[in-house]
Ligand binder design. Sequence first.
Ligand code: NAD
Length: 344
Amino acid sequence: MNDNLIFSNSVSISLKHLFEKGEFSASAILVDENTEKNCLHLLSDRFTKNIIKIPSGESSKTISHCEMIWEKMTEFKLDRDSLLINLGGGVICDIGGFCASTFKRGIRFANVPTTLLAMTDAAIGGKTGINFGKYKNHIGAFNIAEAVIINPVFLETLETRQLRSGYGEVLKHAIIADAELWEQLHFSEKTREDWEQLIEGSAKIKSAIVNRDYKEEGLRKKLNFGHSIGHLLESYQFNDDPKFHGEAIAEGMIIESFLAYQMYLLSEKELGSICNRISAIFELNAVSDDCQKYVLENLNQDKKNKSNKNLFVLPKKIGEVLIDQEVKLDDIKMAISNYNDFLS
Ligand code: NAD
């Protein structure tokens, strides 16, 4: 059991404790321009001496940005006993974790998530990685962070669209494991205490699952609900305004819920609850014919598939999902068509 989640009132104090325990020889901190501007100043100078900065956004999750990071880590003379602090959203946590895991055959890293999506999902569970061409998270390694230090203070500077995107994963955690949490999830004004409570509940769902199945041999697959379709909607670039991760997952969750309904797994009432709640929070887009074609052609790259079968995670009811459900391409076409009808 790995208990690396720290719900913290002061990231600097939590890092100080981590440094006392870890006896690191040196450290560097990975940021993008937004977390450098909005988040770095909230940390004590002690942890912000060796700054590695990459451009913000998904387009930075590439091997060429890894090279930039490894170069800086070398310049800062990090050795096997050093620590890399990842201060940022899912992109920084994913690429930073991957660079730390491969630098000199692996050094330790800590995640300090600064987006809702990273606080409740991306920073937790030891999946690190980068994209490869059009394939999301195609190259990567499992490696658990020394600590995941969570403080909602960072959300104060996050754009509403990003906050909403993170909410997609919070909704997902409720659908896969917590029907009571589902009833509380409305995207409304929240106090700091509300956020703390919501983030802790959601982060612990993910943590409990990955602690029982770190390498995704069974149970962990549940976390992929909404992602088989969602990842493809995310990677399908149809204009200059790409979807955010949580937005794509929101659409993926509805389409996959239609699949579950079509396969007599999910009741009409619960399908309605999922569709209505998600559509009240997110602005959803219909799936075009070209996008559908892209989805169907690229499904076989899904890492969860086996022996050329399309295996999905599908909801049985809110709070419970079934893994390894085989679906046919025609079922997916029908689910996309039902989803488009629901939006029209
Ligand atoms: P992100 O890291 O790109 O952050 C979103 C934007 O917010 C960026 O522009 C960033 O600079 C900015 N930002 C971050 N913190 C800020 C703050 N406090 N104030 C102002 N701006 C801030 O995106 P994300 O949504 O956090 O993460 C998406 C990534 O996470 C995807 O690459 C996805 O594949 C990955 N992910 C990984 C896992 C995993 O288990 N490893 C799980 C889910 C998602």
